[in-house]
Design a protein around this ligand. Structure first.
Ligand SMILES: [Zn+2]
Ligand SMILES: [Zn+2]
Length: 337
């Protein structure tokens, strides 16, 4: 990993000179080359794969097993991202048994959204700088008017990944760097992505007992699944920092998009999440759909998760945005969500 240059440059400098602080982000041609390669392989290639899969719909009928592989792999890798990458590794909203840590990290890695430690560092920086200078993917910093909004949406949804300042993992994820299992999983990221393509190809190939089955599993359970999940996750970064409801006070422009709660596995309660980033539950109420939290509840019931964080009613009430409709008395106030 890249370190601050402070130590070597300080030779001969009087000891009273404070050391140069560790850089929070790193930007150099090597890092940008890696980012461009990742963008082409894991972000552009799934788009091409999806176009091929859709084009083949008119030529080869898609077997049921391929549709099932799409659904199962989407659920597996989607839970890896929201429960593993996001709620456990980034925000430490609960503690997990070592077996669950490894399973969630591998499932998340298969999504093709980056090695777990880089993902965590990027997301912690997003929370630190949300919708301000330094946010890797804000839709709100690209100018005013319709053109500014459109530019912001395209940037935050997709194009920011081509080239961006890389958050220093020594600064943003020192806790994860101490975990040898996570470090090893993070280093073998490419292996997990390939495994996520090989598994559906092999299973559908065996079930259909044909090479066409292998191709269908690779396309639908592999590339199309990566494409679908990526755009779901990216829509949180883009649309849910612009449009939706805002029941809680938070210092950025995060929003809730309840209609997308199921398909995002609970991530669509994004304003709730920014208001209470230490909460394992994003829905916050039992009646709000939050499959990611449901998995944490199941893990907890099985003894695989402990210290599950949920904000108290008092904390929630203190952050609630209150609107007083005309003519209503003070007891009839509510925020919209
Ligand atoms: Zn977060
Ligand atoms: Zn956000």
């Amino acid at each position: 990993m890249v370190h601050s240059a402070a130590s070597s440059e300080n030779i001969g400098v009087p000891s009273s000179t404070p050391p140069e602080p560790r850089k929070k982000t790193i930007s150099n041609p090597y890092i940008h080359r890696l980012q461009r390669r990742h963008f082409l392989l894991f972000d552009v290639l799934p788009i091409i794969g999806t176009a091929v899969a859709v084009g083949l719909l008119w030529v080869i009928p898609v077997p049921t097993s391929a549709w099932v592989s799409l659904g199962v792999m989407w659920l597996l890798t989607g839970l890896g991202i929201t429960v593993g990458y996001h709620r456990l590794f980034t925000h430490r909203t609960f503690k997990a048994a070592p077996g669950a840590v490894v399973a969630l990290a591998i499932a998340g890695s298969m999504a093709g959204q980056g090695p777990v430690i880089s993902w965590v560092a990027l997301h912690r920086r997003h929370h630190e700088c949300s919708d301000r200078d330094g946010d890797p993917h804000s839709p709100n910093l690209s100018g005013d008017g319709f053109r500014g909004a459109l530019r912001g949406l395209v940037h935050s949804h997709f194009l920011w990944m081509r080239r961006h300042e890389y958050p220093n993992v020594m600064h943003y994820a020192p806790d994860l760097l101490k975990n040898r299992a996570l470090l090893r999983i993070s280093r073998h990221y490419h292996l997990w992505v390939v495994l996520g393509l090989v598994i559906p190809a092999a299973i559908v190939g065996v079930m259909e007992w044909s090479l066409t089955g292998v191709l269908m599993g690779f396309l639908w359970g592999g590339l199309v699944r990566i494409f679908v999940l990526e755009h779901i996750v990216w829509a949180i970064n883009s649309f849910l920092h612009m449009y939706g409801t805002r029941p809680y006070e938070s210092r950025e422009n995060s929003r809730n998009g309840g209609v997308f709660a199921l398909v995002t596995l609970g991530e669509a309660w994004h304003n709730n999440h920014h208001a209470f980033p230490d909460s394992a539950s994003f829905g916050l109420n039992w009646y709000r759909v939050d499959p990611g939290y449901w998995l944490i509840v199941v893990l907890s019931a099985c003894g695989l998760a402990t210290d599950v964080g949920v904000p108290s009613p008092q904390r929630r009430a203190a952050k609630r945005i209150r609107t007083t409709p005309a003519g209503a008395d003070a007891g009839d106030v509510r925020g919209g969500d």
